[in-house]
Design a protein around this ligand. Structure first.
Ligand code: HJL
Ligand code: ZN
Length: 174
């Protein structure tokens, strides 16, 4: 008799992978703990992964993902902006930022910069949750990316877990 059909959701699996990465991020009261995975959708190869504060400095998950890929000799890339095979998609537990309290370059700008490289750059994003208003009020990252022609899809199913991991270092309301 045939095995019961398992119907995996590959998008949810990649968001779960990103969530596992987010769990490696050191808790900090002034940011969210986020995880991100870059995938070549043509081959389903994971090109790079990242989590908040993985690389030295005040680094974001999406930023770490892109920087690590740019540094990976296998792809002989010139820069973050030059690095992505056509069909590259980004999975991130949280919508990319458009503003950072620290004043560092927002991840939306970094993602848009990938479109100026030799290849088409990132054209599709899958996010787990929109950014809560805790730090910068309404974050219009999704709107900005969509306005630039990038498809943004929210993958539901892990919302509570993602927010729990993201806010672990925050002061609990008393
Ligand atoms: C996303 C991350 C991360 C955030 N968002 N998408 N990926 N940490 O890795 C968004 C939040 C900023 C604060 C503080 N968090 O992180 O708005 O200190 O963390 O530059 O605005 O800014 P800094
Ligand atoms: Zn960011």
């Amino acid at each position: 008799m045939a095995e019961p059909q398992h119907t995996p959701d590959p998008h949810l699996d990649y968001i779960r992978m990103a969530l596992n990465l987010a769990e490696q991020s050191p808790p900090k009261p002034t940011n969210f703990r986020v995880g991100a995975v870059l995938v070549d959708s043509a081959s389903n190869i994971v090109l790079s992964t990242g989590y908040t504060l993985e690389l030295p400095g005040n680094t974001h998950a999406e930023q770490c993902c892109l920087t690590k890929l740019a540094e990976d000799k296998q792809y002989s890339l010139q820069s973050e902006a030059d690095c992505l095979p056509d069909g590259t998609v980004l999975y991130t537990t949280m919508e990319p930022c458009i503003k950072r309290l620290s004043g560092n370059t927002p991840c939306v700008d970094r993602i848009l910069a990938t479109r100026k490289g030799r290849h088409g750059g990132i054209k599709t994003l899958y996010i787990g949750v929109e950014e809560p208003s805790t730090f910068v009020g309404e974050n219009r990252g999704r709107d900005m990316l969509e306005a630039a022609g990038i498809k943004v899809v929210r993958i539901d199913g892990l919302r509570l877990e993602i927010l729990k991991v993201a806010t672990l270092g925050h002061k609990q309301a008393s």
